[in-house]
Design a protein around this ligand. Structure first.
Ligand code: FAD
Ligand code: DHB
Length: 393
């Protein structure tokens, strides 16, 4: 098998990259370890920055997002029992769009399939060879058959636990990593909306977030201990804790429904530099992880593949390798901006187990400053809706 770009992983990064390449007339083969059903039902992120939603529209895959997603122009911040609205449009003129990651994945798989793309699921034993030469080779097993794919480039879009980053010699990568002393218990519940916008709550018992997917599906998160495995959270306790942390007026309208899924996500920051090695380019979670608080993971992944697709387009249209050589340097400032903002928002909203009266008063003062200073709120909102990559490049 021969293709121009071998894409490892059919998460949002790999699928969107393959689609963007297709719109430029560049063929690719996508290799995904899990089944299509698994990939389409994996519940993860839900918030798209306006710039990301715009890119999805421009790429011709935004029709269902526009019909079924919710555009939000602000969110609520609760500090104890106090409610404060952060107006994203008032502060930045921009919005965000709530649309489940797995819905975007479904839309992308459909678009790729309709374009008769080569998309393989259930692919085993992916191994990358010859990355520093001119014609890398990907060996893998497709439908039980050993297969060899010769390509011009490999796009490593296979997430944090994928094979791509691990195919780079350790001496060629610098890794920067931080473990946060928090985890999130995430719940997907059949339940009408509690509020029309997201509610971020900084409660003395810990952080809670109310978010949504559809008119009848809600997504909720609770800060839990970093070693919590979720087993000590029967549904009654989850609802009780959510009601306490989201505050009296939310708990009045909180009508607990069937919990469809729970998961625990440990919080870590991670960046591998550079995001490329020879003819391998890493994008999305394969290159970096952020704690989920600011919902930047998916948005960063889309930013990476936009940059990468443009760089490939330049190479194939004019033979100019400059943008490909600059890929990592172009992405990293945005990655670190998101990393820093995600860290700041995490420390602002979570209560560490080892907090003291002093550290909690510092945190309270930062929250008060955010809700009383337009300058502070503007800086926060700019980062929340997403800083343009052109500005920080
Ligand atoms: P992924 O979505 O991880 O896709 C990688 C794909 O590669 C997967 O389909 C995987 O099966 C495949 N793969 C892996 N190894 C191989 C291999 N060896 N061969 C072939 N294929 C392989 N972000 C937010 O913004 N907000 C959130 O609320 C949020 N919640 C999250 C909850 C969880 C549990 C997790 C894990 C992540 C969450 N994220 C969240 C992060 C966000 O979902 C990711 O940033 C996003 O999925 C990145 O997309 P990706 O395509 O780069 O990677
Ligand atoms: C969601 C997750 C987040 O981390 C966030 O800040 C907003 C929304 C969500 O999954 O809906």
């Amino acid at each position: 098998v021969r293709t121009r770009v071998a894409v490892v992983g059919a998460g949002p990064s790999g699928l969107l990259l393959s689609h963007l390449l297709h719109t430029q007339g560049i063929d690719s083969v996508v290799l995904e370890r899990r089944s299509r059903e698994h990939v389409e039902s994996r519940v993860r992120a839900g918030m798209l920055e306006q710039g990301v939603a715009d890119l999805i529209r421009q790429a011709g895959v935004g029709a269902r997002m526009d019909r079924e997603g919710f555009v939000h122009d602000g969110f609520e911040l609760r500090i104890g029992d106090r409610r404060h609205r952060v107006s994203l449009t008032g502060l930045t003129g921009r919005t965000v769009c709530m649309y489940g990651q797995q819905e975007l994945v479904k839309d992308l798989i459909r678009a790729r399939t309709e374009a008769a793309a080569t998309l393989h699921f259930g692919v085993e034993d992916v191994k990358l060879h010859g990355l520093t030469g001119d014609a890398p080779v990907v060996r893998c097993t497709i439908d039980g058959e050993p297969t060899e794919i010769t390509c011009d480039f490999v796009a490593g879009c296979d997430g944090f636990h994928g094979v791509s980053r691990r195919s780079v010699p350790a001496s060629a990568l610098s890794v920067y990593e931080h473990e946060y002393p928090f985890a999130w218990l995430g719940v997907l519940a059949r339940m009408p909306p509690v509020a029309s916008e997201l509610v971020y709550s900084a409660h003395e018992r810990g952080f809670a977030l109310y978010s949504m997917r559809t008119e009848s599906l809600s997504r909720l998160y609770l800060q839990v201990a970093p070693d919590d495995d979720g087993s000590t959270w029967p549904p009654e306790l989850i609802w009780k804790e959510l009601a306490t942390r989201l505050g009296p007026d939310a708990s009045e309208v909180l009508r607990p429904g069937p919990i469809l899924e729970t998961s625990v996500t440990r919080m870590r920051g991670f960046v591998a530099e550079p995001m490329q090695y020879g003819r391998l380019f890493l994008a999305g979670d394969a290159a970096h992880i952020v704690p989920p608080t600011a919902a930047k993971g998916l948005n960063l992944a889309v930013g990476d593949v936009r940059t990468l697709a443009q760089a490939f387009a330049r190479w194939y249209s004019s033979g100019d390798r400059g943008p490909l050589d600059e890929y990592s340097a172009t992405c990293l400032p945005a990655v670190w901006r998101a990393q820093e903002f995600s860290a700041a928002m995490t420390w602002l909203l979570h209560r560490p187990a080892d907090s003291t009266g002093f550290t909690e008063r510092l945190r309270r003062s930062r929250l008060e400053n955010l809700v009383s200073s337009r300058a502070a709120a503007t800086e926060f909102a700019e980062n929340y809706v997403g800083v343009s990559r052109d500005r920080i490049a």
